[in-house]
Design a protein around this ligand. Structure first.
Ligand SMILES: [Zn+2]
Ligand SMILES: [Zn+2]
Length: 332
């Protein structure tokens, strides 16, 4: 048997073909890891994402909500999360449309997910009258109100949702979409015409993340705010308007001024864990979290905990490209 060495050009071609374009979510570990990360952030244990006392309680509440998401994803029967008919998925994929669109009719079983989420949270409400009151309000919503809230959440109509209700509705929808996205065949899902929307469901990304390990080494992905799928986008490119010429990065922690230039690419640099990628062309930003500098970065949790970075970038005049489904208050 003759082994042939590959020329450098051939190696690059192999590598390029091997970039996983789409990383589908693994819901059974996703929600558990997200809840753990939120608790660590709440304890101010993450270098690069300092969390103050005012945000702590909210992060812990959201950690409990994500725990409930994990429990519901495990507990409900598989048919709750049934995919659309194969023929419908085929038609969507042939037309370059997302196979599980957030627009249009949604599976009625999302209401079972919502009810189960609220039931999971009852223990949390013991001795916490404010949470008990919110849960009672959510249970008291009429069907049309609840569906209207879900429509507004999925369309990201920040002004038409109740900021205390929306995270709970969004959480149920996330479970519904994430559980279904995890059953798709990543090879068959094609990027949309605009690479700034999720190829699985068409929602906006919550943030982007530079992944390490395996074939994703050093590549940047956008994580969907709804179904948690991650799709590839080259680095140093605006995830809102796709321009590349006037991109800059803002960080809360200044880079260590004393570090020698040869050390600037070293791993575990807190100033590079969480940055805002700003674009002069559309004057928006999205955050980018870097696994090279913190292995456990979690785009949605880290985005929620880094409100201080939103304030900093907001003061510089940039607008957030899209929201975080677990936060519907104005950051200020
Ligand atoms: Zn999606
Ligand atoms: Zn832009």
């Amino acid at each position: 048997m003759v082994q042939r060495l590959l020329a450098p050009g051939e190696i690059e071609a192999l590598d390029h073909n091997a970039i996983p374009r789409l990383l589908l979510p693994q819901p059974r570990s996703l929600f558990t890891a997200r809840a753990a990360r939120l608790r660590q952030l709440a304890k101010n244990e993450i270098k690069g994402i300092p969390v103050g006392e005012t945000l702590r309680g909210y992060l812990l509440l959201m950690a409990a909500l994500v725990d409930a998401q994990a429990a519901v994803a495990h507990a409900l029967p598989a048919e709750t999360f049934a995919l659309p008919d194969a023929a419908d998925i085929d038609v969507s994929l042939e037309h370059n449309m997302p196979p599980l669109p957030v627009s249009g009719a949604r599976p009625p079983s999302w209401r079972a997910v919502f009810d189960a989420l609220l039931d999971q949270l009852d223990t949390l409400a013991d001795g916490q009258p404010q949470i008990a009151a919110v849960l009672a309000e959510l249970r008291g919503l009429e069907s049309a109100q609840l569906e209207g809230c879900a429509d507004a959440v999925l369309a990201e109509l920040t002004d038409s949702v109740h900021p205390l209700h929306a995270p709970f509705v969004a959480a149920a929808l996330q479970v519904m979409w994430t559980m279904r996205a995890g059953q798709l065949d990543a090879q068959r899902v094609q990027p949309l015409v605009t690479n700034t929307l999720c190829p699985v469901c068409g929602a906006h990304p919550v943030a982007s993340v530079i992944r390490i390990g395996g074939q994703s080494q050093g590549y940047r992905y956008l994580q969907c705010s709804c179904c948690a799928s991650e799709w590839h986008m080259v680095r140093v490119k605006c995830s809102c308007c796709e321009h590349t010429s006037r991109i800059a990065y803002q960080s809360l922690e200044p880079a260590d001024a004393n570090s020698a230039p040869e050390n600037t690419s070293k791993a575990n640099d807190p100033s590079k864990v969480a940055r805002a990628e700003t674009c002069e062309d559309c004057r928006t930003y999205r955050k980018i979290f870097n696994q090279e500098h913190d292995y456990n970065v979690e785009p949605l949790a880290d985005d929620l905990a880094s409100l201080a970075l939103d304030l900093l970038v907001g003061e510089l005049g940039y607008a957030r490209a899209s929201g975080n489904p677990l936060l519907w208050f104005n950051a200020e």
